[in-house]
Design a protein around this ligand. Sequence first.
Ligand SMILES: Nc1ncnc2c1ncn2[C@@H]1O[C@H](COP(=O)(O)OP(=O)(O)OP(=O)(O)O)[C@@H](O)[C@H]1O
Ligand SMILES: [Mg+2]
Length: 248
Amino acid sequence: MAVLELNSVIGGYGDTQILHGVSMAVEKDEIVVIIGPNGAGKSTAMKSVFGLLKLTSGNVVLDGQDITNTPPEQVVRHGVCYVPQTSNIFPTLSVEENLEMGAFVRTDDYRPRIQEIYEIFPPLAEKRRQAAGTLSGGQRQMVAMGKALMLEPKILLLDEPTAGLSPKYRGEIFSIVKTIHAAGTPILMVEQNAKQALGIAHRGYVLVDGKNRFEGTGEDLLNDPDVGEMFLGGGKSGNKNPDGDANG
Ligand SMILES: Nc1ncnc2c1ncn2[C@@H]1O[C@H](COP(=O)(O)OP(=O)(O)OP(=O)(O)O)[C@@H](O)[C@H]1O
Ligand SMILES: [Mg+2]
């Protein structure tokens, strides 16, 4: 059974419809990647899971349970954690305080989980007392993911985890994504670095203008000439990462 499903989701912000029927699924053992041009609705599709926009049609199903239009704090309690594209850490709080914030709905002892997070992200253990905002871009992204993982989610949603990072940190983030997956957490990830992301993905979706355009295994999409031409930088209209804030 899929851990997460979007079925013909239609919705947007206020009266503006952005998603015109988006369907996707993530199985329990998968890394699934969403690619597509700027403004395609990739972040909006993620926010739709999180109750951050109003869906007028379609539904979101988590582990067999309909969670359509459930408010964000409830979605967290259901076991979905989301690392947004920007502003995903508390910069003035220490690394450890950020992780503690991530545990906000836990009522049990979360200390052992902090140790596990430090094992996944060793640089964070060294910098546990340092203000998160003073870390490098790659390490700030580790804080954001670590914070989300504090709840041991059923699924982790990542919106462009490598945006603005140098190639070295990008590779590091992709390998961390694989580690998180190998430790048992399914992942749905939006990425502009489409080739690299599809390289580690089990399956992928290409969204264009708020609709599904292509889908398939990571390998199929990488080898599909139409996808390559339009979305993998294979042709004139290759989608470049416009993110200028080089914070790697
Ligand atoms: N909070 C908002 N209120 C109104 N419109 C929004 C809001 N957020 C996004 N939009 C609009 O929704 C459309 C899709 O935006 P979205 O951020 O989902 O695209 P994206 O595929 O994630 O793009 P990018 O690659 O630039 O991150 C865009 O036209 C955008 O201007
Ligand atoms: Mg986006």
